[in-house]
Every structure is written in C-alpha cells, then in structure tokens.
Design a protein around this ligand. Structure first.
Ligand code: ATP
Length: 303
C-alpha cells in the first residue's frame, strides 16, 4: 500500500490556485523529497495531508486512509515536523518528549528518543537555551514519538548551518533505515539530493517532474549547458535560441548571460542562429548540465 496517494488534487484560495491537479504516489519505505521555490505549493500539499487545509478537488490518502474523511486515522500514521514550529522555552528536552508521549498516549523512555537525536546531553536543560539545530531535532523527536510510519517534514534543514543540516539528513536516513517513510519539503536541491530516493519538483502548483535522482540526472546529463555572452542581451533572443533544433531551453541569468541547455551538437547552430540575427556574441563557454540546472529549468521564472 502506498504511504501517500494524491489523486487529481487541487487547492484554491480565492483566485489563487496553490495546488493544481497533482497526482502523486509515495511508496512505503521511500525518502521522497518535495522540491520547489517559495510559493510553489509545498506547504499547501503538506497542510492537506494533515487536514489543516481541504482540497478544493481530489483526494489524498495516507496508508489508505483519506486525509479529510478519515483524518484522525490518517494522522495516526504520521509524525510531523511543521514549518515554523516552536519549542517551549521553559520546558526541558526531556519534558518535551514526555509531553509528546502523553499527548499521543504512548508509553516509553524519553531518553530512547533523545538518544536517537543525539541531544541526551541536553535532556535536562530548558529548550529555550538550545541552538536552532538542537531545537529542530527536539521537535523532530516529538514527531518520532510512537514510531510513526510516515514522517512529514516541512523544510527540515531550513535555518540550519551545514553541520546542523548534515545531522538532520543523517537522522532522516537513520529513521528511514528503521522502515519509516519520509516525505520532506525543501527549496534547496542539494539537501534533497543528498538523502532522497525520489524527488517531485513543484512549480506554480503543479508537479513539473517526479523521478529518481538518477533519472533526473540522466535527463540533465544528456545535455550540455552553453553560456553565451552577447553585446546587448535581450529577452527576445531567447525565442531565436529556443527555435534552434536540439535546444531544450534558454534563459537569461542574473549576469545577463544566456544559459542554454541543448544537445551537444546543437551548440554551434545556436551561435550561428544568433549571428544570423545580427547578435554580437562576445564570448561563450560550455559545461555539462547539472541537476541544479534541471531544477532551474523546471522552475524558471520564479524567485
Ligand atoms: N491560507 C492561504 N490563503 C491564501 N493563499 C494561500 C494560503 N496558503 C497558501 N497560499 C498561496 O498558495 C501558494 C502556494 O503557497 P505554499 O505555502 O503552499 O507554497 P510553498 O511551496 O510551501 O512555499 P514556501 O516554501 O514559501 O513555504 C502561494 O501563492 C501562497 O500565497
């Protein structure tokens, strides 16, 4: 049974379509990275999983339980690290875990959870004095109470320094090795790349791509990136470039350079096409396209 199944899900807020007809299946045991820029629709999707928001159309199930019609049963499968969580400054780490155990009606030893998150040393200190990374791990610990089948993490590495982000990724991997399915959102490709089995790229409310990292890499690696500096860069030239056979896409980067992803043997044709249009090519270079380029390609035009 899939851990998550979303079928034709749309969520509108007035005239804003936050999520637009998405179909998504996350299999049990996967680490699934949910990628997209700010405003792409990631949190809205997560909110529908948790029944904080209701789909305008379509259904979402978690382990076969409808997240709206059967939300209590669906929630029992999930542990959640929400975006913008807070800790209680005056309660200790251990008290946080005890609180989560009481609320979920779970018996157990708080230290077992604190150990998994490597914060045992701070168990009896008020959480108000924890670093951002420790606080984040503590809230994740609360989510782990009761050993949920599915961990839902909204931007789990945001605001963490590289060491904190690495620790968070290690915990995600460890929990997955215990058999937990992990669904986590991020707008940072490298965070997702390091730990996810598959990724979904959200763009303007739609799922622009769903694939394994290797699959995305093959798509990206099949091409070349051509960087072209011209005398007077103009958005209008993009059309000329994209009309060239073998070109996937083209855009102007913030330095005013054209970035072109294309088949290897289309490079010269692009330069010729620009020349025929009277565009003065000052310089050009080529690189192998990366996964990051693919992400940019799918989500071009957003901040
Ligand atoms: N409660 C709401 N009322 C109105 N519009 C909303 C609401 N929640 C989200 N939106 C809009 O829906 C779109 C998707 O937002 P969402 O928060 O899901 O994106 P996101 O990918 O999670 O972004 P972020 O990374 O910034 O959290 C945005 O245009 C946002 O302004």
């Amino acid at each position: 049974m899939p851990a998550i199944r979303a079928q034709d899900v749309t969520k509108r807020y007035g005239s804003v379509t936050a999520v637009d007809r998405i179909d998504l299946t996350v299999e049990e045991g996967e680490v699934f990275g949910f990628l997209g820029h700010n405003g792409a629709g990631k949190s809205t999707t997560i909110n529908m999983l948790l029944d904080f928001a209701r789909p305008t159309k379509g259904t979402i199930e978690v382990f076969g339980k409808d997240c709206q019609a059967d939300s209590v049963a669906a929630r029992k499968h999930m542990g959640v690290l929400p975006e913008g969580y807070a800790v209680y400054d005056s309660l200790t780490g251990r008290e946080h875990i005890e609180f989560a155990m009481e609320s979920k009606g779970v018996e157990g030893e708080p230290f077992d959870v604190l150990d998994r998150l490597d914060i045992t040393h701070a168990a009896d200190r008020p959480a108000g004095g924890y670093s951002k990374g420790m606080a984040q791990r503590l809230v994740l610990g609360m989510a782990l109470v009761g050993n949920p089948d599915l961990l839902v993490l909204d931007e789990p590495t945001s605001g963490l320094d590289p060491n904190g982000a690495k620790a968070m990724r290690e915990i995600i991997r460890e929990e997955n090795e215990r058999g937990t399915t992990v669904f986590f959102s991020s707008h940072v490709l490298e965070q997702v790349e390091a730990v996810a089995d598959r990724v979904g790229i959200m763009h303007h409310g739609t799922l622009a791509a769903v694939d394994t990292i290797e699959g995305l890499r093959e798509t990206a690696g099949g091409g070349t990136k051509l960087l072209i500096t011209v005398d007077t860069p103009d958005e209008a030239h993009i059309e000329t470039i994209e009309a060239t056979e073998g070109v996937d896409s083209a855009w102007l980067d913030e330095d005013g350079q054209f970035v072109v992803t294309c088949e290897d043997d289309a490079k010269l044709d692009v330069l010729v096409a620009l020349d025929e249009r009277g565009v003065d090519v000052v310089d050009f270079s080529t690189e192998e396209a990366s996964l990051e380029d693919l992400f940019v390609e799918y989500t071009r035009g957003t901040a």
